[in-house]
Design a protein around this ligand. Structure first.
Ligand code: FAD
Length: 401
């Protein structure tokens, strides 16, 4: 077996979570190995939307200028109810966050973040990791990739929605993927503005379809659904969900004359953070490997980046204290402290409110109520906890229609 020199941290997965973590640790002077099975740049099936929260972490990674230069700036958000009613509102500057979002294909975004990590000193290697390594006490001491072993006092899995390695590590999610979505790209689209569209019409609920412009004449278009806790998945496949969405007269009109620029691709989403196991001795999980995808909106890049930032602090403190074995509990505490309440509340609200008649009334009232519009946009961007943002008084007013 070949055994490269041990590093402080070995990270599996160079998506936004793994590469951002590699950047923060390497920039703090730690030796980091970043491993991925893919040759970069590589595609990741995604809507490519970057929320203002994602942009805040990208700025801390020193990547914002490049993201803004390569991506398409979004100033407004449109929300369509199941009955076709809709409203539009500008993205608000919430608590110092940018008053815009960006759409940037993951083919570019992920390589850009990975290159930031490498520039900060992380060593990237293309390998497929097959298992974790353990010592006689069961503590994880690194990973195996073919004949090679990569050892480190701290191992991180940032492997996204793929669960094979989590199963090997004994941290498999209790439930399989809880969302499914499919998307493609279109070019030659006339009349696109700087607005992203979220559609609750023509899709199974909870779920939504989207049109996210990647330029004034091209867009990422997709649709997907979530499975209610304890519920059954809709019979429709992600592809059938996508086909029904693009056949809706409004979307079909938008796409008339447009050219499909890529095959339609489907992918699962893990939105099970509240039930996910986040660490084991010597091992931490970040990003979607922790189920950190918003169960209302499917946004996961922002949580991937934010969880990397939280994890970097915990890991650096553990390494400084010379007690990496105690990291598992600290990492779990830190991630739950930051994200658990919000995820539980979003899950509750989603199952309660994503009913056609409720959504129709919300949109109808928001058309004439700027305050409600603002709150709904902030909830959709993951800026506000929906339970505290929608007071009983608001609900009463909305339900009265
Ligand atoms: C259709 C769809 C649309 C979406 N739209 C949006 C959106 O618009 N905005 C948004 O914010 N989020 C969106 N998401 C969610 C978002 O794509 C994910 O949450 C995000 O990619 C998670 O980042 P990550 O770094 O945790 O994992 P990933 O980006 O999935 O990266 C994981 C990496 O691990 C590597 N890997 C896995 N296993 C191994 C192994 N054994 N050995 C080596 N390498 C391995 C993979 O090659 C990959 O590069 C969408 C998801 C889907 C499916």
């Amino acid at each position: 077996m070949s055994t490269p020199a041990a590093s402080d941290v070995v990270i599996v997965g160079a998506g936004p979570a793994g590469s951002a973590l590699a950047y923060f640790l390497a920039a703090a002077g730690r030796s980091v190995r970043l491993l991925d099975k893919a040759a970069f740049p590589r595609d990741k099936t995604c809507g490519d939307g970057l929320s203002p929260r994602a942009l805040r972490v990208l700025e801390r990674l020193g990547a914002l200028d490049e993201v803004l230069a390569a991506g398409f700036r979004i100033r407004r958000l449109k929300l369509f109810a199941p009955d076709g009613g809709w409203f539009e509102a500008p993205i608000p500057a919430h608590q110092g966050l940018a008053d815009y979002a960006v759409v940037l294909p993951r083919f570019q975004l992920d390589d850009l973040i990975r290159r930031r990590a490498v520039a900060a000193g992380a060593e990237f290697q293309r390998v497929t990791v097959s298992d974790v390594l353990r010592d006689s006490a069961g503590q994880v001491t690194g990973v195996r990739a073919g004949p090679a072993e990569f050892r480190a006092p701290v191992t991180v899995l940032a492997t996204g929605a793929a669960t094979a390695l989590l199963e090997r590590a004994g941290l498999a999610p209790a439930q399989p993927a809880l969302g499914r979505a499919a998307r493609t790209y279109f070019t030659d689209l006339p009349g696109l503005a700087d607005a992203v569209e979220f559609h609750f019409d023509s899709v199974p609920l909870p779920g939504y379809g989207w049109v996210f412009p990647t330029s004034p004449t091209s867009a990422n278009v997709g649709a997907g659904y979530f499975v209610r806790a304890g519920g059954r998945a809709p019979h429709a496949s992600p592809r059938q969900t996508y086909d029904a969405f693009v056949a809706n007269p409004y979307v079909a009109g938008l796409l008339a004359g447009a050219q499909p620029a890529a095959p339609v691709k489907g992918f699962p989403l893990r939105v099970d953070f509240p039930a996910a196991r986040l660490a084991a001795p010597g091992l931490c999980l970040v990003g979607e490997a922790c189920g950190l995808v918003n169960p209302l909106t499917g946004e996961g890049v922002d949580y991937a980046l934010e969880s990397a930032e939280v994890a970097a602090e915990t890991i650096l403190a553990g390494l400084r204290a010379g007690r990496p074995a105690e990291l598992a509990a600290a990492h779990t505490r830190a991630l739950r402290g930051r994200f658990l309440r919000g995820f539980v509340n979003v899950g509750r609200v989603r199952d309660l409110y994503l009913q056609p008649w409720v959504l129709n009334r919300f949109v109808r009232v928001a058309q004439r109520d700027e305050g409600l519009k603002l709150r709904l946009i902030n909830i959709a961007l993951g800026n506000l906890d929906p339970l505290s943002a929608l007071t009983p008084g608001t609900l009463w007013r909305v339900l009265r229609g």
